[in-house]
Structures are given as C-alpha cells and as structure tokens.
Design a binder for this molecule. Structure first.
Ligand SMILES: Cc1cc2nc3c(=O)[nH]c(=O)nc-3n(C[C@H](O)[C@H](O)[C@H](O)COP(=O)(O)OP(=O)(O)OC[C@H]3O[C@@H](n4cnc5c(N)ncnc54)[C@H](O)[C@@H]3O)c2cc1C
Length: 422
C-alpha cells in the first residue's frame, strides 16, 4: 500500500530504504548490479534481523523463480535463485524427485535460505545448503561466476552459506533423490527425565524429529516425528513414546493456534514436501507476529545445553511462545553453523517484545557460551563480533574471499559491517 514502509515478514524490522528493484532476468540483474555502488539482495524477507537490509538499495530476484533444468542422471535440479521451496518441491515431486530436507516452512526462497544456513531436522540430515552442488553468482563488477562442489573445492564451500556478502546468486543447483512418502506423528508431554536418559535414542528414532517445549513443568510439550514410509524401518507409532502420549488430533506447535496451518499428522501418508515442513504453503507459518532466535550447540553438549536453558525457565517463560529442539548433521560449508560439528539447535519463538527479548538473549547466550554455541545468521542474537570470530574458524578466509568478489564492499550492509567485517 502507498505509504507503507517496506518490512520483513514478521514486521519487526523496517528496512533502511524503500528503493527496491525487481529483476526479471540475468541481464537485468547484471545491468543493475553494475550501476549501483551499494545494494543487498533480498529473498522472501523471512529473516528476523537486518542481515538482508540496506540503507541504499534492495534487489529482489523473487520474479526469477523458474526451474532451469532437471538432470535425472546427475540427480540435480537447477533453478533460479528467487524460487521458493513451496514452488520447487511440487514440481520435483511431479517428476519423481525429492529434496533431502526442508525447513519448518516452505515459503522461503532457496537463495535466501541457503545463504543463512537454514535447516530442518534429522541426525543424518545436513542443513538445506548441503544440497547445493553449484551456484551462479554475479560479482560486484557484474561478472558471472559459477562455483561447483565438484570443481571448486574450498571456494565453493566458502560461498554457499554466503550471507549475501559475496555476490548476487542468480541460479542454484540442488541434489535431488527419488521421491518418497512420509508419515508424521505427534506425541504430547515427554518427561524431561526421559529426554535426559534417552536423548540420542529419541533424536534418532525417525528421519526427522522436533521437540517443542515451553520449558515449564519438567516436560516437552510436543514431539514431532517425521518418518519415511519406504525405509523398511519406518517409525512404529506405539501409543506411548518414552512416556509421551500419541496425540489423537492434529496439533500446532503453539497448542492454542489452529492446526489447520500445519502439515497433516496422525500417521496419514503423504508426499515428502507436505510432511517435512511443519507449516503448509498458503497458510501463515508459526504465529506471524513474533520474533525468533536460535542457537546451534555441538551435539555432544546437547543435554547440558538443554538443561542450562531449562534452568532459565522463569525468565524465559513470560516472553516465549514456544521453543523447538532439532538435530542437524555436520557439514563442511565455511559459515554454516554446523561446520565440522553435528549440532542440536535450540530455537525460541518469542512474543514481539524486542526490549524484553534483547535483555534475555545475552542471558541465554552466556549460558550457552561454554558450548561454543553459534547463533542462526537469520534470527535475532546479541553474540559479539569477537565471539563470532572465535567460533567461526573460517571467517578470516571468508573475508579474504569477499575481497575477490566484492573488493569495494558493494554488498555490505550494517549487519555484515558489524558482525563480519568490523
Ligand atoms: C515463520 C518462520 C519459520 C522459520 N523456520 C525456520 C526453520 O525451520 N529453520 C531455519 O533454519 N530457519 C527458519 N526460519 C528463518 C528463515 O528461513 C531464514 O532466515 C532464511 O534465510 C529466510 O530466507 P529468505 O528467502 O526469506 O531470505 P531473506 O531474509 O530475504 O534474506 C536472507 C539472506 O539471504 C541473502 N540473499 C537472499 N537472496 C539472495 C540472492 N539471490 N543472492 C545473494 N544473497 C541473497 C540476503 O542478502 C540475506 O543475507 C524461519 C523464519 C520464519 C519467518
């Protein structure tokens, strides 16, 4: 609407400029990038912090949302950067293919998601960026660069989780696999004592497991289990699971909200892309008016870290809508929060009260610091730049690489200047 300021999805961040250019082709994108002295690429605006922001110029590739090529032999799909998982997934499924994992929502763009290390869950599943096998990117000078896992080794691994700092991604090639069906089950009220004793077994009980908790009453409110049907070791949905009870109806992670927004549960089989996300395309994911924070903790410290947060329950409780605990496999992407370490993530969906949340985050971060917890790049954190440097060993190389593709800082914004280049 005229007069409305440009904001991120949650509405907690007003972007620093109203200048938004929408490109429809590689040529248009290149001409635009060449002409600008400062700009930041924008995906579907789902980040909660100012990582995608600019004070000068935003560039959207949202109209560049076509599938370019599906290669059944190589088992890859190449798509334009602005396509969302919600657009790509049904196409892949119709051709008999699937991605290995999805985030809690399908609404986000592939370039925006991979650029921040966005993830789903599963002890054997890497984050979404681990599916990237090649990318095409425009450098600050407007040159087209292609980097691939096969040919470019470290340069590729440095660029995939790139925070939008190296260039404007125009195309991404993703690994695909034969399509598969899944069943989703939800259990209620898992005793914390059971989690303490059986954490590994619970996390490994299915292809993807998510634990939701409000940290109150020594229990986890909901356990979401996503099981592949064809594996031969499909999840056996007994009425009880480590003391938790099988739900008798579909549930939302925030139990007061309508499960209509959520993917089908109760063991009803369905395609991978309608079970891996928690939320359905075409519906509001999560709560809407909210804030989010998330920390990646090396898996060996999982239970210690969970208990450290649980001890903060009285402080956290009043500001929280729900927390989620997930597992992610290690990878070798430089700025991935799972770089060289299998992780669990501890996520917080907060009520939209930044003054309160901004006071709580340092308290949580202090408790998680001994485990070298890494914050999600796209969510709210107060971890200091010095701390980021100490927990991302590849940051110096990343900064070096950025000088090659963006020598004059065309793609840098306040977030990157403070957290990466400061
Ligand atoms: C309701 C909700 C649920 C969420 N659930 C999850 C979850 O399950 N797991 C998880 O990990 N995260 C989750 N997130 C966070 C979110 O998915 C990530 O922050 C993701 O990066 C958002 O993608 P986007 O397309 O909206 O990117 P944006 O927020 O628009 O941009 C993110 C970054 O990508 C860069 N970028 C975008 N497009 C390009 C391009 N073409 N070239 C170069 N750089 C580019 C931007 O510059 C910026 O740095 C959730 C967010 C919301 C709102």
């Amino acid at each position: 609407m005229a007069g409305d300021k440009l904001k991120n999805w949650a509405g907690n961040l007003e972007y620093g400029t109203e200048n938004l250019y929408s490109a429809n082709s590689l040529e248009q994108t290149r001409d635009f990038v060449k002409k600008q002295s400062k700009l930041k690429a924008l995906g579907t605006r789902h980040c909660f912090n100012n990582i995608a922001d600019s004070r000068y110029q935003l560039l959207s590739l949202r109209s560049m949302d076509k599938v370019v090529a599906l290669d059944p032999q190589a088992r890859t799909v190449t798509a334009e950067a602005g396509i969302s998982y919600g657009q790509l997934a049904p196409y892949l499924d119709s051709k008999g293919f699937a991605l290995h994992n999805l985030a809690s929502l399908p609404h986000i763009s592939i370039a925006g998601a991979c650029s921040t290390g966005t993830h789903g869950s599963g002890v054997k599943n890497g984050n979404l960026a681990t599916a990237v096998s090649a990318l095409e990117m425009l450098t600050a000078a407007g040159d087209v660069v292609t980097l691939s896992r096969q040919k470019d080794g470290e340069a590729f691994r440095g660029a995939v989780v790139g925070l939008g700092a190296l260039g404007v991604i125009t195309k991404i090639t993703l690994d695909v696999q034969p399509t598969f069906a899944m069943r989703q089950y939800v259990y209620e009220n898992l005793p914390l004592s059971q989690l303490k004793e059986h954490f590994e077994a619970i996390e490994a009980s299915a292809y993807s497991v998510s634990l939701f908790t409000d940290w109150q009453n020594q229990r986890l409110n909901e356990v979401w289990i996503k099981s592949r049907v064809e594996e031969g070791k499909a999840f056996n949905a007994t009425p009880e699971f480590f003391g938790a009870k099988l739900a008798a109806r579909n549930l939302h992670p925030i139990v007061e909200l309508s499960a209509e927004n959520c993917t089908e549960q109760m063991g009803v089989p369905g395609p991978w892309y309608e079970r891996l996300p928690h939320f359905r395309m075409g519906f509001t994911p999560s709560a809407g008016k909210e804030l989010q924070s998330e920390y990646f903790v090396p898996r060996q410290h999982a239970m210690e870290a969970i208990l450290a947060v649980e001890r903060l329950r009285d402080q956290v409780g009043p500001h929280l809508m729900i927390s989620e605990i997930r597992a992610i496999a290690a990878d070798d992407l430089w700025l991935s929060p799972c770089y060289k370490q299998p992780c669990i993530t501890i996520h917080f969906t907060w009520k939209q009260d930044w003054p309160a949340v901004s006071k709580l985050l340092p308290v949580i971060e202090r408790e998680l610091a001994p485990f070298k917890a890494r914050p999600h790049w796209g969510k709210l954190f107060t971890t200091s730049p010095a701390e980021l440097k100490s927990i991302y060993e590849k940051l110096p190389e990343f900064i070096e690489m950025s000088k090659k593709y963006d020598p004059h800082g065309k793609f840098r914004n306040d977030f990157l200047n403070a957290n990466i280049f400061g």
